[in-house]
Design a protein around this ligand. Structure first.
Ligand SMILES: [Zn+2]
Length: 207
C-alpha cells in the first residue's frame, strides 16, 4: 500500500500566516473557542472560510491511488478524490456537540452557528489544540500495512504526525521524503505509474 503523509507546504493555510499580529496556531485552540466563541468564529470567517481548489500535487496523488494521511485542514485531498485521513479535521464542516449533526461551515457567515435541532453552539470540525486526536489510532494501524510512504510538504515537527514514519519504518516500509521541490513529487508519482514526466514549469508548486 502506498501512503502519503502530507503537510502545510501544499496547503493554503500556512502555520506562518498571521492574523491580528499572531500566528494562526494561536487561535486554533480549544481554550480560545470556549472562552470567546464570537472571536473564534470571526477568526474562522476571516481566515479559514475561503474558496480553495486542489493543486496539481493533490490531483497527482489522487491519480496514484495513495492513501493520504494529512495534517492539513483544507479538505483538498478529499476534493481531489483521494481516500483521506484528516488528523486534525477540516474546515468544511461544523458539528453539534450534543446531537452530532453535521452542518456546512458557511453557516458562520450568518453569525454564531447553532444546531437547528437542539440550539447548541456548533463546534468547528477541527481538532483544536487541547483536543484528543481520534484518527491517530487508525493512522497508526495503517502504518503496519504501508509498503511505501511518501512524506510531502511536512517537516514532521508536530506530534503526533511525527510518529507515523517511525512506525512505518519499524514495519519495514520504504520512506521517501520530499520537503523542498514539489516538482520532484510529480515526477516520482509519474514514474510510479510509468507515465510521461510532467513539465516542471507548468506544475510546480512553490514551498
Ligand atoms: Zn444538535
Amino acid at each position: 500500500m502506498l501512503v502519503a503523509l502530507t503537510g502545510s507546504a501544499i496547503s493554503p493555510f500556512s502555520p506562518f500566516d498571521m492574523w491580528e499580529g499572531r500566528p494562526l496556531a494561536a487561535f486554533l485552540t480549544r481554550r480560545f473557542f470556549n472562552d470567546d466563541p464570537l472571536g473564534f468564529y470571526r477568526f474562522y470567517r476571516e481566515v479559514l472560510l475561503k474558496e480553495t481548489q486542489p493543486t496539481p500535487i493533490h490531483r497527482a496523488l489522487a491519480q496514484s491511488g495513495a492513501l493520504i494521511i494529512t495534517e492539513n485542514i483544507d479538505g483538498l485531498h478529499r476534493k481531489a478524490g483521494s481516500p483521506t485521513i484528516e488528523l486534525f479535521g477540516n474546515v468544511d464542516e461544523l458539528y453539534c456537540p450534543d446531537c452530532q449533526s453535521r452542518y456546512p461551515s458557511y453557516l458562520v457567515l450568518e453569525g454564531l452557528p447553532l444546531c437547528s435541532a437542539c440550539y447548541q453552539l456548533l463546534n468547528p470540525g477541527l481538532v483544536l489544540e487541547g483536543d484528543p486526536v481520534p484518527m491517530f489510532k487508525v493512522a497508526s494501524c495503517l502504518m503496519a500495512r504501508a509498503r511505501e510512504v511518501l512524506i510531502i510538504g511536512s517537516t514532521l515537527d508536530m506530534a503526533p504526525m511525527s510518529y507515523l514514519p517511525i512506525l512505518a519504518r519499524s514495519f519495514g516500509a520504504r520512506i521517501t521524503v520530499f520537503t523542498h521541490s514539489l516538482t520532484q513529487v510529480l515526477t516520482y508519482l509519474a514514474d510510479l505509474k510509468g507515465e510521461p514526466q510532467p513539465s516542471p514549469t507548468s506544475s510546480e508548486v512553490k514551498v
